[in-house]
Design a protein around this ligand. Structure first.
Ligand SMILES: Cc1ncc(COP(=O)(O)O)c(C=O)c1O
Length: 380
């Protein structure tokens, strides 16, 4: 018989989370995660589901009936969007200006789509003229864009311009709002976004596990009238309708504790007020950015496209980014990330999200970075 491993009770380190996600979880959210489980079809849970949907509509700024938390991390809500909206043989336009545009491509391909791209350099947003030219050239059925690109720290402006180009061509628009929901201005209905997906562990300061998705009626009509079945049973919205729609019938066991957590994190958004929350993120990120500039760092994207929830700053000449990140973790238990893909070795990615976006975290991080630079012989 196999013997039990010699493990100890779980005791993870306490970190200050200032990377690209997860952010720190609000103590109220942690508290509800220790609440007792109830059944996923219990009337009391169904009431919680209704409230989560209402709170999500507020946070997305939408009236979409089809607004749900998908079981799984942000990639699950992302895959739900692409797997349901894209039918085999349809043309899907995706961006190449960051890591998550690349993930859109993989998911669209697996859904059977023919992928075409619209280009912009990593560190820059898409230009409406380039999107219009790509529409004229390829006439895509579906267009995906990333509102807040976590790999580059770029906020996509001109969202309404992009959606109107797509709608002039009768295409459906899928927006990645993983790093913007609850932290950066986002108005799904006003900006005419057809589908938006997100995650919990960024500006909502909720552990990953139940991920927001909203789909408008026009797109749901397409989904419910597909010629082919969605290739994923688990993420098929026509089946999930049974649970999250009127019927409330079993499809799969909801991740109950994650739904509690999301409910409380959205409650915190509602209490703070969405606009006040966007302002807090901007204010805290401004403090961070100013402090970093004083230490010799420079914002990588143009100020115009600055994403307050994810600050991508260029590593000053002569500074070893890996050594600095190791120092922050080793000496101060702070998590910050390095660049990805085309920006590897060139930038640091510093999150300023949700509960992590507060003055004491910013001051602590700036002081620790100053020490880390000194340890490398840089005297500011
Ligand atoms: C912009 C963006 N999209 C999608 C994802 C995928 O989310 P997850 O890692 O929670 O599956 C992430 C995660 O970092 C992200 O930043």
């Amino acid at each position: 018989m196999q013997q039990p491993p010699e493990t100890e009770p779980l005791n993870p380190p306490e970190r200050t989370l200032m990377g690209p996600g997860p952010s720190e979880v609000h103590p109220r959210v942690l508290r509800v995660m220790s609440a007792p489980l109830i059944g996923h079809l219990d009337a009391a849970f169904i009431e919680i589901m209704d409230e989560v949907q209402e709170l999500l509509r507020y946070t997305f700024q939408t009236d979409n009936k089809w607004t749900i938390p998908v079981s799984g991390t942000g990639s699950a809500s992302m895959e739900t969007a692409f797997a349901n909206v894209v039918e085999p043989g349809e043309t899907v336009l995706v961006p190449t200006n960051g890591y998550f545009g690349g993930r859109m491509e993989s998911m669209a391909e697996r859904a059977g789509g023919d992928v075409v791209t619209v280009d912009a350099p990593w560190g820059e947003p898409l230009q409406p003229d380039d999107v219009a030219a790509a529409f004229d050239e390829h006439d895509p059925d579906v267009f995906g864009f990333v509102h807040a690109e976590t790999s580059t720290g770029v906020l996509q402006p001109h969202v309404s311009e992009l959606t109107s180009i797509a709608h002039e061509h009768d295409a459906y628009v899928i927006a990645d709002t993983v790093t913007s929901l609850g932290g950066v201005e986002l108005r799904v209905d006003e900006w005419d976004i057809d589908v938006a997906y997100s995650g919990g562990q960024k500006c909502l300061s909720c552990p990953p596990g139940a991920s927001p998705l909203t789909v408008n009626d026009r797109t749901m009509e397409k989904v419910l009238n597909r010629d082919t079945e969605v290739r994923s049973w688990y993420l098929d919205l026509s089946l999930l309708e049974g649970y999250w729609g009127e019927e409330r019938a079993y499809h799969h066991t909801a991740p109950i504790t994650n739904v509690y957590a999301l409910r409380e994190s959205l409650q915190l958004v509602a209490e703070e007020g969405l606009e006040a929350r966007w302002e807090r993120h901007r204010e805290m990120a401004t403090k961070l950015k100013t402090g970093l500039e004083d230490l010799g760092f420079e914002l990588n994207p143009d100020d115009e496209f600055w994403l307050p929830s994810l600050n991508a700053v260029r590593v000053p000449d002569g500074v070893d980014d890996t050594e600095l990140l190791d120092y922050l973790k080793r000496e101060y238990d702070i998590e910050v990330a390095s660049g990805l893909g085309a920006l590897e070795g060139e930038i640091l990615r510093i999150g300023c999200m949700g509960y992590s976006a507060r003055p004491q975290n910013i001051e602590f991080l700036l002081a620790a970075i100053e020490d880390g630079l000194e340890a490398q012989g840089f005297d500011q």
